[in-house]
Write a protein that binds this ligand. Structure first.
Ligand SMILES: N[C@@H](CCC(=O)N[C@@H](CS)C(=O)NCC(=O)O)C(=O)O
Length: 209
């Protein structure tokens, strides 16, 4: 039996970072994709905080996408090799996910068109500043964020620029690329060339989100 079950919708969404970690680490798991109906009738009540994704382990069910991805990364060699590397990985992940991607997603879901445009522009400006800082201050000579090599922070950069931002950017009419951030672009390309990640991108179920 696979050691983990990851329960989410038939989508990349908030679960894809955990799937990328598991793929990159070469860990078997049950990638359980449930309908909205199954979620409401049986699955939601299994999530400790009522949200998807949740991870089932021998110790029970655990929710919150970042906590799940961090746990899996630390457990399977993608969290950093020291406390300081783990701190750096968390710092980069929070910047990418909470300060950049989340702002785009909030703007993407805004109903008021005028407000949505303003929020999209603000998200882009903030993202450009933060990407500049990550590019200058946070990439190691290893070609990844950490000196020790690939970690879940690199996978988060890849996830955001492959899966999350293209969707939000299209709906907001703003473009955000890594073209002006050569060190980040190198990290992205190095992740894309990682054989196990490459394989996952080829075989993963197709979905718009
Ligand atoms: N902060 C949580 C958010 C969880 C969340 O709101 N997930 C959405 C899907 S992306 C969900 O569960 N929607 C269905 C529901 O709330 O019942 C995380 O990152 O896991």
């Amino acid at each position: 039996m696979a050691p983990y079950t990851l329960t989410y919708f038939p989508a990349k969404g908030a679960a894809e970072i955990a799937r990328l970690v598991l793929a990159c680490a070469g860990v078997e798991y049950d990638d359980k994709r449930v309908t909205g109906q199954d979620w409401a009738s049986t699955e939601k009540s299994k999530s400790p905080t009522g949200g998807a994704p949740f991870l089932t382990t021998d110790y029970g069910n655990f929710s919150q996408s970042l906590a799940i991805a961090r746990y899996l990364a630390n457990k399977h060699g993608l969290g950093g090799k020291s406390d300081e590397e783990r701190l750096k990985a968390d710092m980069v992940v929070e910047t990418l996910k909470l300060d950049i991607a989340q702002k785009f997603m909030t703007a993407h879901f805004e109903k008021d068109e005028e407000r949505k445009k303003t929020m999209g522009n603000e998200a882009r400006d903030k993202a450009e500043t933060l990407l500049g800082l990550l590019n200058s201050n946070c990439v190691s000579a290893s070609g990844f964020f950490l000196d020790s090599g690939i970690s879940w922070a690199d996978l988060m950069l890849f996830n955001i620029f492959t899966d999350l931002l293209p969707l939000a950017s299209a709906s907001l009419g703003v473009t955000l690329t890594l073209d002006n951030y050569p060190r980040l672009k190198k990290v992205y390309d190095n992740v894309a060339e990682e054989p196990k990640v490459k394989k996952w991108i080829e075989i993963r179920p197709q979905s718009q989100f």
